[in-house]
Design a protein around this ligand. Sequence first.
Ligand code: ZN
Length: 234
Amino acid sequence: MSQNTVQRLYLMQVGSMPEYQIPIVCYLVQMGDGKNILIDSGLPEVMPAGESDFENGQDVIEQLASIGLKPDDIDTVISTHYDIDHAGRHAAFTKAHYVVQRVHHVDAASNPRFAATRPQWDRPMERIRLLDGDTELLPGLELIETSGHVPGHQSVLVRLPKTGAMLLPIDAVPFSAGFTRDEQDDASNPNAEAIRASTMKLLDLVERERIGLVIFGHDQEQWETLKKAPEFYE
Ligand SMILES: [Zn+2]
């Protein structure tokens, strides 16, 4: 297919938090011109000391191999944020450009939360594209700034030819139960207000765009019902 729009969306589980039954996931978008766009890269190959909650599964490299792709086939890595379960393998994609919100990249430079993954995301600037807010990256592929979980977190809207619009909130809304306009019992969280504002932004988007499927960032119950690679949404 020659038309340069989104053709396929693959879902890949690359790890878990076994104690909490939480999946760690990545996504791959394929365009009509053959470009491969990876969304996040999962856990590091070797977990840093103290990160005992996470467990690697079939990692992103193996998942990509299962659909016939090598790391160098990835043209772009959409980086939703630099937490260890989202940016752990970024450096494996040596031909890729990275797309991240400027606010996040700048914050990460001095935020100890992202120090463990720094060797993964701290690339030469000619390989990083910094975004300022909501951006249509390619036809059918939009990035939605959703701060709260961390400054400059971004979610992804994918418009597929058959399935229609699908929303990937990533960690803006990790669990389906949180996707509500109801007040949340999280007053002790200093980011509660920003999280709520981003949740509202995504709920408005779902209504406006009549989005049929929202894939929450870490929702095991929902994950079990979804198609995973090598199957895909189209
Ligand atoms: Zn996460």
